[in-house]
Design a protein around this ligand. Sequence first.
Ligand code: AMP
Length: 279
Amino acid sequence: MPGAMQNTSKSYLLQSKMIGFVPTMGSLHEGHLSLVRRAKQESDITVVSIFVNPIQFGPSEDFERYPRDIKDDLEKLQKEKADIIFMPETSSMYPEIFLTHVEVDGISERLCGASRPNHFRGVVTVVTKLLNIVKPTKAYFGQKDFQQSVIIKQLVKDLNSDTDVIVCPTVREQDGLAMSSRNAYLSEKQRKAATVIYKCLTEASDLIKSGIIDGTFVKGFMQERILKEPEVSSVDYAGVYDPETMLDVSEIKSEILLAVALKIGDTRLIDNILVTVVK
Ligand code: AMP
């Protein structure tokens, strides 16, 4: 129950313990576990939450079929020696009368926000609740969801939260595909095709490193590269973005974000890399 978690956190804080927190939706893989390991290294108490947050899914999205395997998750977390697993019921997080939502303007409407209206409103609301419940000293997020991490940093700054947001590197499969709970939806053929995402990102990065500074050209290259893969059913976005504002970059200088969101069959996959241009 959120109240029990809240009291537990309060008592740790009274003992001056540092609480490290990893929020997840479960179906854990090495990407999640890398965050848990980092939290373990830097905190006295590591809390992992498992909660498939209904309000961040659109009406036609995969909330119902989102992979859930609590037994396997608990085994993995036990192996990592996580101290506390917080698994609230939906009704305890969202009782019948629930009237407050939190929104970060601007950046939430771009990229994933453009194709998933209200997604970030749901994410920011649940993260606000989780931070209030767990009261972590540090909270750990993956670069895999880069836009999400930027939005949460802004949330924490704007609302004077006591929590430090730590962003950890994306963990990949051997062929470069970013680990994701949604990869489980892919057939063998689709799984192979999904490697196009990281290939597209690294090839675009190579173009930039070879001296190309025209963001529109790189964006065109990325879209074409992706659409060559017949298993790709649609592209939500692919291009070159400002890593703070998530706006398109037309002239590439300093640090830029290369990001892709596409669908293979019905499965929506995202990935990104940061590229630093040295003059
Ligand atoms: P999720 O369960 O998908 O909501 O993810 C929970 C946290 O794990 C988020 O901060 C994600 O960014 C992070 N995460 C998911 N996949 C990866 C990955 N492949 N590498 C690093 N972090 C990840």
